[in-house]
Write a protein that binds this ligand. Sequence first.
Ligand SMILES: [Zn+2]
Length: 443
Amino acid sequence: MIDFDSFSNRWEISAKLTLVTPMRIGGGQNAGAYSLSQAPVMLSYDAQTEIAEPFIPGSSLKGVLRSTVERIVRTFNEKEAYIGVENNDRVLCGKCDVCSVFGSQEAGASIRVQDAHLSSVMGNKGVLEERPHCSTEYELKAGHYVMKKKNNKVPKTQLRQEEIVASNTSFDIKINLDNADEKDVGMIILALNEFNHKRCHLGGGVSRGNGFAEVFGIRVKRKIVSSNPEKLFQIETESIDPYHFCDVAKKYLRKLRKIDDRMEVERRDFDVYYKAYKGTESEGTFVVKYNVETLTDFQMPGADEVTVTSRGVPVIPGSTIKGFLRHKLIADRVPADTVDEIFGSVKGNNQHRGRIIVSDAYPESDFPGNDKIPEGTNLTMWIVFDNIKTEEFKLIDDILSKPQVITGNTAAGKTRKSNSFKNQVKFVRIESKRFDAEEFLKQ
Ligand SMILES: [Zn+2]
């Protein structure tokens, strides 16, 4: 209900979000009631249709939007949206514009992000899938990783099955902002747009390619209490072009940058864009689109499938390509510290997420059958290089510049066939887009 005493305006932002790669928002214990999966995703049960459907919890989307807005703001002004540390807890400043929109210890939020449910045009068929997730085990020896082996022969691997929401699934997004200004609306739209730049992702398993999405059809409505004496206490609605708000937000960012007199971002934490001002093609945050051509047939056994598919179409999972890249660096005797810097680490005192995110490689066109990706098929894949240094990028780029055998055959615990001519692919760089501060304000 609207409280007329404090209500001056309300903004309603709506959009459609379509998954480009699978999404996984773990459902925890309750989800098990509707799912047979060992690791179910979050589902909402519709008593009327008696169907349990995946959705994006408003809190998840709000969290992603907040960290995205903060990352942009801090890239333009290090002192804004400051997070301090007190007794090992992250403490919000409570004073900045981000806190006033998203809330802080001091005050509530003016934003409300609703749960995003499946778009009505969506059929429910094939929305949920099981994905095998296989990881090879390594141990640390004298600063290098060494593959663990069973009986000194076969690599030791761990296999998990995870439920995911399939790519090409669409959700309706609804966001309300109360008593906020145009700049706040603009920052939300800029954050939503980061999905389209592939710099912002939803849910878990992002480093192995989950949670890429596209957002389109953004609409903004403004609701105000009528000032017309004859329509007192009536709400008037007005639709406004979303680009208008982006312009206002960019003006605000320009002002922030002037105050901080920012020349470059030297930190590599993920709450800023490293080298956003004068970075090069191989330094900072950039998203590279690759064409992946299969030089031989590609096959990688899935959960109950001959090869892993998404909505019935065979794909090369991002986790497989990422695992291959990591394995290759280890085989090339790259020090463990460097491997951890690029792929992330959960151990020791340098814990952080990986600096590369690899999407699934999915075919550009149809081919007959779904038990393999035939030789000569062209697939599309993205790698996000996130706050990376040139020397780290070069290590990955070197591997991708030669044809490679992506050995995914052991994925479902099946024994590897000694056929080295299987699963060979070639990577070609199609385009690369960097987060560039100047460019960002111009767009
Ligand atoms: Zn703040």
